[in-house]
Design a protein around this ligand. Structure first.
Ligand SMILES: Nc1ncnc2c1ncn2[C@@H]1O[C@H](COP(=O)(O)OP(=O)(O)OP(=O)(O)O)[C@@H](O)[C@H]1O
Length: 245
């Protein structure tokens, strides 16, 4: 079966630095995939290649079998891929509903766009924020409104870059639950390095290290993998529990 999204030997170099080094992976319909890895592993660069912010040095990106390598972000979005970067996209002065509606307006008339925007806010459990100016929202609330802008156009695939960055433990757990709920209707790729989030999500995890795929398995298997502990913490988990005599 054709994958929804696939990369073949994707490579991105910056001068002598190979940030992404021959990554081949495949995301299926309705899949929820987490991409993790320590600082500098190449996650952000890989994300930016997928979203069209970077043109990869070599390799291919396939969307339902179509080569989309090097397309501009708006061309990628038009294919049904929703993207949430870490850069805020909402205007502070607009209300949450106005901000989310603006994103849906490209495809629908005002009335329908508003309806869809309200449905997205409702789905994320933040309908009560609809009339609030975005600039007055707390960080976690604002992140949820940003998420609503991605969900509202009903993309087939959603790609999220560190959706829980700056969130409290409680907000992180809530966002993980929301993402699992969103996954009922959308395939989702999440770039994260918060292990608590990975535990809460508990789906297939791809671990990046030095630009390559180090491991790809269930969250449980990845969290128990000594190689993953090594690259994350520089030492195996049992070593951390040893108390010097
Ligand atoms: N624009 C750039 N120019 C030069 N080198 C870069 C550039 N962007 C990333 N790199 C290098 O590529 C490697 C991968 O970086 P990247 O930011 O993709 O990793 P990451 O896994 O997202 O890390 P983090 O979790 O810290 O964001 C690093 O060695 C980084 O220094």
């Amino acid at each position: 079966m054709t994958a929804l999204l696939a990369t073949e030997n994707l490579t991105m170099r910056f001068g002598g630095v190979v940030a992404v080094d021959g990554v081949t992976l495949s995301i299926g319909e309705r899949e929820l995939r987490c991409l993790i890895g320590p600082n500098g592993a190449g996650k952000s660069t890989f994300f930016r290649c997928l979203t069209g912010q970077y043109r990869p040095t070599s390799g291919r990106i396939l969307w339902r079998g179509e080569d989309i390598t090097g397309l501009q972000p708006h061309e990628i979005a038009r294919r049904g891929i929703g993207i949430k970067t870490q850069v805020p996209s909402l205007f502070d002065r607009l209300t949450a509903l106005e901000g989310v509606t603006l994103g849906v307006r490209r495809r629908h008339g005002e009335r329908e766009a508003r309806k869809r925007a309200m449905a997205a806010l409702d789905r994320l459990g933040i309908a009560d924020l609809a009339a609030k100016p975005v600039g007055l929202l707390a960080h976690g609330q604002r992140q949820l409104v940003e998420l609503a802008t991605v969900v509202a156009p009903e993309p087939d695939l959603i790609i999220l870059d560190e959706p829980t960055a700056g969130m409290s433990a409680e907000e992180t757990a809530g966002t993980a639950a929301l993402i699992r709920e969103m996954n009922r209707d959308h395939a989702i790729v999440v770039v994260e390095h918060d292990m608590q989030f990975i535990r809460a999500i508990a789906r297939t995890v791809t671990v990046f290290h030095q630009g390559r795929v180090l491991a790809e398995d269930s969250a449980e298997a990845v969290l128990a993998d000594p190689r993953v502990h090594d690259v994350y913490l520089g030492r195996p988990p049992e070593a951390r529990q040893k108390v010097p005599a």
